[in-house]
Ligand binder design. Sequence first.
Ligand SMILES: Nc1ncnc2c1ncn2[C@@H]1O[C@H](COP(=O)(O)OP(=O)(O)O)[C@@H](O)[C@H]1O
Ligand SMILES: [Mg+2]
Length: 456
Amino acid sequence: MKLLLLLLLLQVLLLLLVQPTPICVGATPTDPFLSSISAPPSSHISPIASSMATFTPGIEEGSERHQIGSHKIMLIALIVTCTALGVVLLSLLCLWIYHKKFPHKSPKKSYQSNSDGEKGLALGPFVGKFNSTRMVSKKGSVPVIEYKGLEKGTNDFRESNIIGEGGFGCVYKARLDNNLLVAVKKLDCASQDAEREYENEVELLHKIQHPNIITFLGCSINGDSRFIVYELMHNGSVESQLHGHSHGSVLTWPMRMKIALDAARGLEYLHEYCNPPVIHRDLKTSNILLDANFNAKLSDFGLAVADRAKNSKNVKLSGTLGYVAPEYLLDGKLTDKSDVYAFGVVLLELLLGRTPVQKLAPTQCQSIVTWAMPQLTDRSKLPNIVDPVIKDSMDLKHLYQVAAVAVLCVQPEPSYRPLITDVLHSLVPLVPVELGGTLRVTQPGPPGSAPVSPGH
Ligand SMILES: Nc1ncnc2c1ncn2[C@@H]1O[C@H](COP(=O)(O)OP(=O)(O)O)[C@@H](O)[C@H]1O
Ligand SMILES: [Mg+2]
């Protein structure tokens, strides 16, 4: 608006400046500004009039009239130019306002971008609350949390505060000064691998914000130990829910479908919306965590790689037995399809309630894929291998669909596996609306009839 006013003012000023010209007709303007804009050599405007004025004294009056006429033309030309300039500036202003209001969305978003806006979810309040805790960091850089606060919050890393165990140390529950409950992963960095994983996780996670990816709150260093602070996931990991003391009894069929959908959403963000894309490389049920409302979030980015490093010799062959895709295990070939394979194994675990690898004998193991594959494709056998805890609780049609998705994900040939986006879209209609999908379950019919849902 200010620019518009300025423009109008400029126009009025210009008009005022050019108005005196008819008075000083024939005179050479002394003002350099006027001379440059309002009095070009008359020969340029009317060569005939100027030549007549020079050689015919009798027609001086006529030449004056001609000069007035040429000045009028000049004035009109000036007004037209000013108006055109005004229009151009106005258009530029409108364009600028439009861009400010609707920032351009590129198909691939950088890590910094937050897709929460797109999905209508907000992480803001949690991070906002956390910001009030004691942190020693520069703006824009990785947040660093004072070690003393972590020591105090975990009761000196007391055993009773341990909520999980990882490859390089334990994860503790901590209450920080502002009363906020967080999870603190302590890594003993005597080994280089631990140091590398710590740096990798911090570097990647601090740039990512998504409702289905664990929120990184900060990090800390004390001697040989490294610490990563996350939001606390009150319901632990999917692994502990499925294979812990409750043996999956807390996770109903719709909840399992929601967990699969949430994990697919997190993975889709890494593969499709991060720039450069990120391959998680260690997707498994112990790295999918559940918050107080059983929203699932991907965690543990120690092995994750940004796509540009894929197939590079620097990427050490890593992963977890049972989840590693065959082409990665055999040839070290790493793509987003390796994550899709691991996702297929997670889906099988949710469906069958079995661990990814079963010990048949002290030296013999069998993967869930090898065991389940023949039965997954046989409709008569499939209901019999479903996790007993959820058996008969789902629409059979949905069970067949999920099994079909899982079978595709664990195909030995990576190109036969779907993209995680395709997986996500096939899961959405199987999850109830209230859990984030599009399934509308109608009221159960008379006793004995199965719950009905609109056909797809
Ligand atoms: N934010 C958290 N909230 C609750 N539990 C967590 C959290 N982070 C990790 N854990 C628990 O700790 C375990 C190990 O954490 P993880 O980050 O996977 O470590 P590692 O890299 O050593 O595998 C997880 O499987 C989970 O049970
Ligand atoms: Mg882990």
